[in-house]
Ligand binder design. Structure first.
Ligand SMILES: [Zn+2]
Length: 74
């Protein structure tokens, strides 16, 4: 009788654990939406968020350096 109760308890605990794990996986937040548009450095072609890029004459650059280099190329 006691063994049955223990087994029942273990069974419930296992179901609880599986359920929790399942719920957890369901509740996992989706990857944060990319609020920033990804833009391409005109000079080297690297992709990075718009907010981190330098905009110059309607062109995006990954760094100040590349902006200067890109300007020279024009
Ligand atoms: Zn670059």
């Amino acid at each position: 009788m006691l063994l049955k109760l223990i087994l029942l308890g273990v069974g419930i605990w296992l179901i609880y654990r599986i359920f929790r794990g399942y719920g957890k996986s369901l509740q996992q937040p989706p990857p944060p939406p990319i609020e920033d548009d990804m833009v391409r450095c005109t000079y080297c072609g690297v992709h990075q968020p718009k907010s981190e890029s330098i905009l110059s004459n309607g062109k995006f650059y990954c760094s100040q350096e590349h902006r200067n280099l890109g300007k020279e190329k024009e």
